[in-house]
Structures are given as structure tokens and as C-alpha cells.
Ligand binder design. Sequence first.
Ligand code: CP
Ligand code: NVA
Length: 330
Amino acid sequence: METVNFKGRDFLTLLDYTPEEIQALLDIAAELKDKKKKGIVHDVHRGKNIVLIFEKTSTRTRCSFEVAAHDLGIGTTYLDPSGSQIGKKESIADTARVLGRMYDGIEYRGYEQKKVETLAHFAEVPVWNGLTNEYHPTQILADFLTIREHFGRLKGINFVYMGDARYNMGNSLMIGCAKMGLNFTACAPKEYFPDAELISRCQTFAAQSGSQLRFIEDPMEATRGADVIYTDVWVSMGEPVEVWEERINALSPYQVNSALMDNAGENAVFMHCLPAYHDRMTAVGKEIGERFGRDAMEVTDEVFESPRSIVFDEAENRMHTIKAIIYATL
Ligand code: CP
Ligand code: NVA
């Protein structure tokens, strides 16, 4: 199944992976997905163990790692945001050296990218980034597998990211698109565009893949001709609740609604890494919604629930792509 050797590699950011390697991981994911659908057992890593460190909460990423590991025959230990010594009584470097002696791989979700890099430096086993403030690389593999399944290709797809483009999702999607030849547009007020240095690195990848990168403030201009309109929450995990007001003021014009989807064209799809504030059916959605008199934040319920929304295919693919990473690197 494998054309590239990934054994022992960390998976910290897509910056470390070539387009050919990303392509190979997507191919492995597609094969593993097919096996799973056909009920073909693929517990090729029987007897191994991995540890899942979550300093921030999760539904999709945690469950994907657990189910993927189980399907591959691997045992898991979940360390929740309060259930270990990490950061409070024990440094990342010491934790890495302890867990590296017991486990065959380590997943880490937390704050600064520096931490997952330190973990990878000190642990002698593969370390996988399950989300940091800066990057969310496993999500991008799921997104790209979903786009490939839907459109039959990645190259030349017009991908538009609406909203806070300077955080983990905007950064990682820009890197992924630039490497894999999707045209990437960040649409936001200019203060929310990705970091200039990262843009410049991505311009180099884009020159090689044929991707075009655009940074546009006007939503109608940005979404015209889009194949994929993607958004993420306006306030990310770990950010203070006080920033909601500033985000709502700045990003409301960038909410994904039916007018934007219609502007894109009839074949355009809606994507979101999830969780999403598309109604008031959550504690935060209700509280912030009532405070600011809004029914939804980054996407309207109408778009979220429409046939153009492929968010649950995307969520399912988290598991198949995370499985591909574990499968290939152990
Ligand atoms: N998309 C994503 O990472 O979801 P979780 O926060 O539920 O893991
Ligand atoms: N930007 C979001 C992504 C969640 C998957 C966050 O960091 O909370």
C-alpha cells in the first residue's frame, strides 16, 4: 500500500511534508477507508500502544485516534486536559522521555507549536500534532480526502477560507493548498490575514504546484467561482471569552450564508472543521447568541444544513486520515 517510507516520522506540520508525501498519505487513507467499508480487518500494528495527550478538549480528533488505533490493533491511553502532570509538575521534555519509553507513538493537542516540537525532539517515537494554536495538520488531510472524493481532484480547485485566517486552520489550509495545487483565497479583514512570513513560504510552494494565493477583503469578490467555501469558529479554544465582541464586529460580514454560496456557483460546497456555531443549540452558541442578538456565528444554519454542506463526510474522514498517519509512521 505504501510507496513512501514514513516509519518513525513525526507529523507536526504540513511544512515538513512534500506534496508527494501528502498525496501518498491520502492514498493510504483511501485504501484504509475502503478496507473498513468492506469489513476487511487491518490490525497490522497489533500489540503496539499509543498515548493521546489533550491539553485542549476534543470530540473528532480524540475519537479518530481511538477508533483508528483500535482498528489497527493498537492500545490507547487518553490523558485529558487535567488528568496528568504535564506542564504543572513535569516539563514537556521530561514527559516526552517518560512516554517515549512506554509507547510506540504520542499524539499531542495543546497550545504553542513549540511544545509539540519539544515533545518530538525528546521522544524517540513518532509524535503527531492533534492541533496547536498555529497548525492543525491532521484536519487538512481529512479536508483534502473529502475534496478529492467530491470533485475527483485537488489541483485547480478554487478554495476560499472565510474568517480568522491567521490561526491554526487558516495557516494549515494555506500550506496544504499551496503544496497540493489548490488555489487558496483568504477572505477576511486584512488584520486577520496569515502571517507575512508564512505567506512568503507558501508562495514558494505555490510557484511549484501551480497554486495561486489571494488575500481579499471583499466577500463577494473572494467567493466568485469558488468550489469550496470553508470557515472555522471566530474564537478558538484557549482564547478569552472577551474577544467575542471584537470578532463579531470584525468577522460578521464574512459569515458564510446563502448569498455567498449562490455567488460561488451551483457546484460549490461548504466545509468546516467543526465544531460550528450555526445555531443556539450549544451552551456557548446560546449565551453569545443571546448577548449579541445572533442566531448563528460563522455559518448560517441554512447553509450548514443544506445539501451543499459536506461537513459530516469531512468529519468521518478525520478517522480514515488519522489512521493513515498512524499506520504509516509506526
Ligand atoms: N475538528 C476538530 O479538530 O474537532 P475536535 O476539536 O472535536 O477534535
Ligand atoms: N480554530 C479552532 C479549530 C478547532 C478544530 C480552534 O483552535 O479551536
